[in-house]
Design a protein around this ligand. Structure first.
Ligand SMILES: *[C@@H]1O[C@H](CO)[C@@H](O)[C@H](O)[C@H]1NC(C)=O
Ligand SMILES: *[C@@H]1O[C@H](CO)[C@@H](O)[C@H](O)[C@H]1NC(C)=O
Ligand SMILES: *[C@@H]1O[C@H](CO)[C@@H](O)[C@H](O)[C@H]1NC(C)=O
Ligand SMILES: *[C@@H]1O[C@H](CO)[C@@H](O)[C@H](O)[C@H]1NC(C)=O
Ligand SMILES: *[C@@H]1O[C@H](CO)[C@@H](O)[C@H](O)[C@H]1NC(C)=O
Ligand SMILES: *[C@@H]1O[C@H](CO)[C@@H](O)[C@H](O)[C@H]1NC(C)=O
Length: 525
């Protein structure tokens, strides 16, 4: 990272003389000067800590220890922060391994976890749980590329400390779940997210038996994408089945699945492409074709007509003949994605601003050019007490079963905002935060707006007053999106972010976590 930056500075400095531009191109020189300033600003932001770590590799300066565990069993899970393969700094102590979902002697189902204590002694009262989505995607992806203390993200040559690690804010527990995901053991046996929640709570009880110093902590359940199902269902289960030795306070979900595909993909797709025309540079006959679909299926004026503040009534289904299944002639999201993928061979539906060439990833996505998948290495598996097995960031295995046949099946749960699940969670939580990246096309932010306006919680339907533009600010950046809070629900839209918000705009995701945890009264900083 550092070498790359130095290289680009050198290139910029030498360019004008090479081209012999002299004084005739002051504008160009100014542009290069500004670019240089930006490189320096980026370096300052990414930090002092990263730089110090680089300069004194494996120096004995781990983060301060904020917790010890008295149960001798905890030692079996201890991960030595100086011995994590390829990590050239002392990341401090952490605990990882497999934990069963119940105390039954014959229990074969186990989830894999990686627990990190906070590095800030002021934040030891809080425990954040993180899960990725999928279904079947590993939370170790979130750990390594989004919000963990070690960052080995897309295009990075080597791991670095993450300045925006959520362990700055709380103790954090990354869990691969449900059974069938990542390193988990045993056969999938659930067919809905109540059963998923019950198994996860069973796991947490076993976990707290070993790590009992964490009992009584304030608890926050967080995740992204398909975790728009997982997280509200887990929180709802905990609220409805008191007894877990944690004090659940709220949830945070990013770019969540929480309504129908019609709402989250089809209705807002053309508006999204038009608003981002620079990266959806279609020819005019294709635009016309899309416009026809949109007009005929009732998408074109849907947001202007129905997404009002307050809403005028329940929001209608369009393009589906009154069902949740989109009629084939009303599919518009897939044609757009397919066409843009021809123009931009590395189009990434998770972040539409990506252009050629695309970045490699040590977890194999979006590009798999490296020699290994990090968590598939046996030395990495040994370091974190994981089983020797083929690890996939998103599993081929089934995580749900068909209750009739016992074979692989689909999640039978209703989306959280189309049921009483999310309303109940908002009503019982201190804070509920939903965030969405404005450069995400696998789930579109305007779809989340539709879902919110069609949901009734705390005595009213939807937000009563509009989401004001430019209302979300981040310290050091200024306006960074839009936000609105009403009746316990906070919604935030981030500029520049694709699907994985803590990866793409870690400063913004971090700020919203500070709000969730009650460190500040507003999401804006
Ligand atoms: C464990 O044994 C109990 C009682 O015999 C049985 O009901 C249960 O299904 C078994 N669990 C597993 C995971 O095999
Ligand atoms: C999982 O299912 C397979 C196939 O039904 C069976 O052979 C195996 O014993 C099961 N494994 C466990 C751990 O229950
Ligand atoms: C809005 O909510 C109602 C009641 O749950 C539901 O019948 C309707 O299909 C929803 N509309 C959309 C667009 O999701
Ligand atoms: C939807 O309903 C209309 C009117 O009943 C019918 O003409 C059309 O074929 C239906 N489309 C689908 C995909 O079922
Ligand atoms: C216009 O775009 C569509 C969709 O990508 C494509 O099928 C068609 O060939 C394009 N036409 C021209 C003239 O490029
Ligand atoms: C994972 O590791 C196993 C065993 O070393 C190897 O056979 C397999 O090809 C690896 N898979 C990937 C995707 O790297």
């Amino acid at each position: 990272m550092r070498n790359l930056l130095l290289f680009s500075i050198a290139a910029l400095v030498s360019l004008p003389s090479v081209l012999g531009l002299g004084g005739a191109h002051e504008g160009l020189e100014t542009a290069m000067e500004i670019q240089r300033e930006q490189v320096n600003r980026m370096r300052t932001m990414m930090g002092t800590r990263a730089e110090a770590m680089n300069n004194q590799r494996r120096a004995p300066q781990p983060p301060p220890s904020t917790i010890t565990f008295s149960n001798p069993k905890a030692k079996e899970f201890l991960v030595d922060g100086t011995k994590i393969p390829d990590v050239n700094f002392d990341a401090g102590p952490s605990w990882a391994g497999l934990m069963p979902i119940s105390g039954a002697k014959n229990e074969t189902r186990k989830l894999f976890f990686w627990f990190w204590p906070t590095n800030n002694p002021a934040n030891t009262k809080d425990l954040v749980f993180w899960t990725n989505g999928g279904p079947g995607c590993s939370s170790l992806e979130g750990f390594l590329q989004e919000n963990g203390p070690i960052s080995w993200s897309w295009g990075q040559a080597e791991p670095t400390p993450n300045e925006f690690s959520w362990t700055n804010l709380a103790n954090v527990l990354w869990v691969e779940q449900p059974v069938g995901t990542g390193f988990t053991q045993g056969n999938a046996s659930i067919s809905n997210d109540d059963e998923l929640a019950e198994q996860l709570v069973g796991f947490l009880e076993q976990f707290l038996d070993v790590f009992s110093e964490l009992k009584g902590k304030n608890f926050y359940v967080t995740g992204e994408s398909y975790a728009g199902f997982y997280v509200p269902y887990i929180a709802n289960w905990i609220y409805e089945h008191p007894g877990l030795a944690l004090n659940l306070k709220g949830i945070w979900i990013a770019d969540p699945s929480l309504s129908s595909d019609l709402v989250q993909d089809e209705i807002p797709a053309l508006r999204f492409a038009r608003a981002n025309q620079n990266v959806f540079p279609f020819n005019s006959s294709f635009w016309d074709q899309l416009q026809h679909i949109s007009d005929d299926c009732g998408y074109t004026d849907y947001l202007d007509k129905f997404v009002t503040y307050p809403p005028k009534g329940l929001l209608p289904l369009v393009g589906t003949n009154g069902t949740f299944t989109v009629a084939p002639e009303c599919r518009i999201h897939s044609p757009i994605q397919r066409a843009v993928g021809v123009l931009n061979p590395v189009f990434d539906v998770y972040r539409v601003t990506d252009t050629f060439p695309n970045l490699w990833s040590v977890l194999g996505f979006p590009r798999s050019t490296q020699e290994f998948i990090y968590f598939n290495r046996t030395d990495v598996q040994d370091a974190i007490h994981a089983p020797h097995m083929e690890w996939q960031s998103c599993s081929d295995r089934n995580v749900y079963i068909d209750p009739a046949t016992g074979r692989g099946g689909r999640d039978q749960s209703a989306p959280s905002m189309l049921s009483n699940i999310m309303p109940n969670v908002i009503e019982k939580s201190v804070r509920t935060v939903v965030v969405h990246g404005l450069a995400d096309f696998i789930l579109v932010a305007e779809g989340t707006r539709i879902a919110i306006q069609n949901m009734t919680w705390n005595g009213a339907q939807g937000f009563q007053t509009p989401i004001e533009p430019e209302s979300f600010t981040v310290d050091g950046f200024g306006v960074f999106g839009n936000t609105h809070t009403e009746r316990g629900l906070t919604y935030v839209e981030f500029f520049y972010s694709g699907h994985m918000t803590p990866q793409f705009v870690p400063w913004a995701a971090f700020a919203t976590m500070e709000f969730l945890l009650g460190h500040q009264d507003s999401v804006s900083t």
